[in-house]
Design a protein around this ligand. Structure first.
Ligand code: OFO
Length: 165
C-alpha cells in the first residue's frame, strides 16, 4: 500500500509527465510549422514517450491500491521565439523532471517505501537518457552553428542522436 504522501507525489508526477507530453507535442507543432521536419518527428516521439511514462506511473498507483487521478493540463507554451529556444526549454524540462523524481525517491527513503523506490529506478535510467539526448541536441547549435544553412543541418541531425546505456 502507498502512504498518502507518496500517492500524492506520484499523482503530481503523473501530471508532470502529461504536461511534458503536451509540451513536446507543442514543440513538434512549432517545429513542423517552421519547416523543421526532423525535429518535429523527434518531439512527437518524445511526446509519446512521456505519455508512456504517465501511464506507467498511473498503473503503478492503481496496482498499489491507490487512486490514480487523470490530470488536467493547462498552460502549455505553444510558441517559441527561436529554433534554439525549443531545445533549451526541452533540456530545462528534463532536468526539472529528474529533480522531481529525486524528491519522490528521497521521500521513499525517509518512509522506507522500498517498493516504490525500486519502481522509480526505471525512471532514473530513463532520465539519464533523456537528459543526454536533450543536451546533445542543444550542443548541435554550437557544433554546427546557426549561420547559413546551419539550422537546416541541425534539424537533420536531431533525429540521429543515439544513446548507448
Ligand atoms: Fe522525460 O520525463 Fe518522463 O520521465
Amino acid at each position: 500500500l502507498l502512504s498518502e504522501d507518496i500517492e500524492t507525489l506520484l499523482n503530481q508526477q503523473i501530471k508532470k509527465e502529461a504536461h511534458s507530453s503536451s509540451l513536446y507535442l507543442a514543440m513538434s507543432s512549432w517545429c513542423n510549422r517552421n519547416g523543421f521536419d526532423y525535429s518535429a518527428d523527434y518531439f512527437a516521439k518524445q511526446a509519446e514517450e512521456e505519455r508512456y511514462h504517465q501511464l506507467k506511473l498511473f498503473k503503478y498507483v492503481l496496482d498499489m491500491g491507490g487512486n490514480a487521478v487523470s490530470p488536467e493540463i493547462t498552460g502549455i507554451k505553444q510558441e517559441f521565439t527561436a529554433f534554439r529556444e525549443v531545445f533549451e526549454d526541452a533540456l530545462e524540462a528534463e532536468i526539472a523532471i529528474t529533480q522531481s523524481f529525486k524528491n519522490i525517491a528521497a521521500t521513499c527513503m525517509r518512509e522506507q517505501d522500498f517498493v516504490t523506490f525500486e519502481f522509480l529506478n526505471w525512471f532514473f535510467k530513463e532520465q539519464r537518457e533523456e537528459e543526454y539526448k536533450a543536451r546533445r541536441a542543444l550542443e548541435l547549435f554550437e557544433v554546427i552553428g546557426e549561420e547559413g544553412t546551419g539550422r537546416w543541418e541541425i534539424d537533420k541531425h536531431v533525429n540521429k542522436i543515439k544513446y548507448d546505456s
